[in-house]
Design a protein around this ligand. Sequence first.
Ligand code: G6P
Ligand code: MN
Length: 450
Amino acid sequence: MKKPPFILSIAGGGSTYTPGIVKSLMVRLTDFPIAEIRLYDIDSQRQDVIAPVVEKVIRDHSDNIKFTVTDDPETAFNGAHFVFAQMRVGQYAMREQDEKIPLRHGVVGQETCGPGGLAYGLRTILPMVELIDFVEKYSDNAWIVNYSNPAAIVAEGVRRLRPNAKVLNICDMPVAAMRNMAAVLGVDRHDLDVDYFGLNHFGWFSSIRVKGEEKLPQLREHIAKFGLLTEDAAQTDPQHSDPSWVKTWRNIQPLMDAFPEYIPNPYLQYYLMANDIVEHQDPEYTRANEVMDGREKRLFEAARVYKETGILPDAFHVGVHGAFIVDVACSLAFDLRQRHLVIVENKGAITGLPFDAMVEVPAYITAHGPEPIRIGDIPRFHQALLEQQLASEQLLVEATLEGSYEKALQAFTLNKTVPSVVHAKKILDDMIEENKAYWPELRKQYKNGK
Ligand code: G6P
Ligand code: MN
């Protein structure tokens, strides 16, 4: 086990999430002692805007922690013990394209689901592998705890290319859902003991227990009226309190009205209610615009005010997003064996899914990595949905690694958000144009009918 205090590097230091994550680290210094925090980003201009805000957050809690800001991988990872990764290849400008191109063709436009998520996957797999190689080269055998999206595809790409890398892929969506459930039940989210199965952004809670008592019936009653929304939504969940997120939490209600057995991950709305989602989306103003005009603008503005006045306005959230990654890091660092929902290789955990699928299930987080629980059989309906989504995501990874146009088209066609191969081809061809600076070249195997 590594000895604290730790050197922790944040890859994607210029992210809007960085101040919140660092704040979460600062309030947990007794659990997770830190000697140095390093911010690393290939966009040093952006990172330099955020860095003074991060430094202020650190100094409000400690004078001793060393703070380093760099765009040089060796400086970032040399001797590091932990790396938190949150890269966004193409930044919000490309997220906007991921969302708007499918919408132009009447298809769901979303960051990680549908064609947008597939496009984002094609951009991210190889840079993620490059990051892993830097960490392996320079660090002290560091664990990479990875939030980078699209997490399901990134996890599959990493499994194929770097099967032995010390990477733990995580997502805050299940834990955000648990936080809302806990608020409904009037308990702390750490009191919940859950069973969950699926892929990232594509899964279901099949049991929610508090002190051994099953709470699904009580949650079903609440969801039938309000969805997975609490009375004071903005306070329970400041991170997801924009109107589009409120709608997302509400949509758990129609999803469960149809299939009341389990509580779905909110992202299932994009696959199971695709028409409704497209109807209510403005093709000219998507979530990327909302984020750029909201979270990003507020933070940049706060950084400007802080630079000019020395006073830092309240401009970022410290919610489950930051708390969860620190929880996971603590369990890895000190072999706490806490049970968390993480993304792991199936290896038989979900009986009906392939052995090598990257699934999201509860696991005990030990110093040598996650030890997943056994889920066993799942119902035919859920298994079929998962198989289709898995095939779409795995073909996308193969398309990236082989540079195959046909496999990319198969991935798009198999995605449940895409109604036909005609839609799939139009969207893919538009995306190839927009992603020239990022995607590997996709070659056609059969040219001119041959
Ligand atoms: C959740 C998901 C993340 C996703 C984020 C998007 O937290 O788990 O994977 O990136 O939502 O939120 P945003 O506010 O950027 O739309
Ligand atoms: Mn996520």
